[in-house]
Design a binder for this molecule. Structure first.
Ligand code: AMP
Ligand code: MG
Length: 409
């Protein structure tokens, strides 16, 4: 190819950031919200602000097992007049010369202004002797100390995890409103593909992309509606895509988007009225990535090479799935220092699979996982993040900062 031809190829590649922006911009509005039981909500995206229905904790209580008393000096001998246990408050207040035995989390009795831990007391003849001073408010947890009534506990757009659902329950909720789960279809194209575990005929390989993409989609709170292997013929490709388009919010196709004579995905999608939004990105791996939409249905044509498919899912499909659920599409920018030199690619941004280690100085280091070929699934093993290295000459020297995006949410 001469210089002219090379130039054409170069200008035809869309910059990575622009491609990501188009994938996110294609989401016109988040999916409708629905009520979700808190136990089913982890992994889903909150479609409302959760407010505390009441103070948390609802009442002042003890931080220790010990005795509720009036604050005051050490050496006092107090009569034990009642007990306050978790879930069973004392029936009377505490006064001068008195103590009420109390458990952690039990309501502070009326009149009490401090709790003396049991370790700092001695019990003699029905009385308790305080071996230490009881400063005002010692070991008392106030009502509303964690959350005050009406406070926003978890914000709309948050991807819910164990802490957020716990906070929602403390705030009084059994259900929260979340965006509907995006319906995802995953189609793996290729005459060479055999299902997992099937004996391989000559020239066949196992379809590893479908399971990888399904697992990545599942992490985003999605619902799988169709999955399958699609042969490399025009009619079969169009038929499979037609069904996927009516069933799914997001169709993810692996393979068949390059320029070979057996790549039928693009013409089939065009025939089905899916409008191209980009094709070919200045990205390594992932150059043949294709994206389009039909109405509100998004279609991602990912390259078949296993690493390219995963990288393109992370960089294009994941942001779109988050936007569809009303979450922040892109992760917060983070940087790490290259643990070893990384050669730049002159024309394409690279998504280098790296392990992240925190050095003794607390600084994050990004260490490439090994050979980075787009067919080397092993380059994903042990990878914590993608280091996004812009196109350019030379190399990123060891110790230079690189942008990193975590693979696991
Ligand atoms: P394609 O994008 O269809 O040209 O495929 C590029 C490379 O990825 C070829 O080596 C394919 O055999 C391989 N490949 C395609 N689909 C899959 C798949 N589902 N699982 C594993 N490898 C695949
Ligand atoms: Mg193929």
């Amino acid at each position: 190819m001469g210089a002219w031809g090379e130039n054409v190829a170069v200008t035809a590649l869309l910059p990575l950031d622009e491609a990501r922006a188009r994938a996110v911009a294609a989401v016109a509005a988040p999916l409708d919200a629905e009520a979700v039981e808190v136990g089913d909500a982890p992994g889903r995206v909150l479609a409302e602000d959760v407010l505390a229905a009441a103070d948390v904790p609802p009442f002042a209580n003890s931080a220790m097992d010990g005795f509720a008393v009036l604050a005051g000096p050490a050496g006092r001998a107090l009569r034990v007049v009642d007990e306050s246990r978790a879930g069973r408050p004392a029936r009377r207040p505490v006064g001068e010369g008195e103590a009420i035995r109390i458990s952690t989390g039990a309501p502070l009795p009326a009149g009490a202004t401090a709790v003396v831990p049991v370790e700092h007391t001695a019990e003699r003849d029905g009385a308790v002797v305080l071996e230490r001073e009881a400063p005002p408010h010692a070991n008392v947890r106030d009502a509303g100390e964690d959350l005050s009534a009406g406070a926003v506990v978890v914000r709309r757009g948050t991807v819910l995890g164990p802490p957020e659902v716990a906070a929602a329950v403390a705030a009084g909720r059994a259900e929260v409103r979340c965006a509907r789960r995006p319906r995802v279809a995953i189609l793996a194209t290729g005459d060479e593909l055999a299902p997992p575990g099937a004996p391989l005929a000559p020239g066949q390989i196992h379809d590893s992309n479908a399971v990888a993409l399904a697992a990545l989609a599942a992490r985003e709170g999605t619902q799988m509606v169709r999955e399958g292997i699609v042969p490399d013929d025009r009619a079969g490709t169009e038929e499979a895509l037609k069904r996927a388009l009516v069933a799914a919010d997001v169709v993810v196709v692996s393979g068949g988007v390059s320029v070979g004579p057996h790549d039928h995905v693009k013409p089939a999608l065009a025939a089905l009225g899916v409008e191209e939004r980009f094709w070919r990105v200045a990205l390594k791996p992932g150059k043949p990535a294709w994206f389009g939409a039909r109405g509100s249905t998004l279609v991602f044509g990912l390259p078949g090479n296993p690493v390219s498919a995963v990288v393109c899912f992370l960089l294009f499909v994941r942001p779109a799935l988050r936007a569809l659920q009303g979450a922040e599409p892109l992760p917060a920018p983070a940087t790490a220092l290259a643990a070893e030199p990384i050669r730049r690619s002159p024309e394409r941004a690279q998504a280098v699979r790296v392990a992240l280690d925190t050095g003794p100085d607390g600084v994050l280091a990004a260490r490439p996982t090994g050979p980075q070929g787009s067919h080397l699934l092993t380059s994903l093993l042990g990878a914590d993040a993608l280091a996004l290295v812009p196109a350019g000459d030379g190399e990123v020297a060891a110790g230079e900062p690189v942008a990193v995006e975590r693979i696991a949410p």
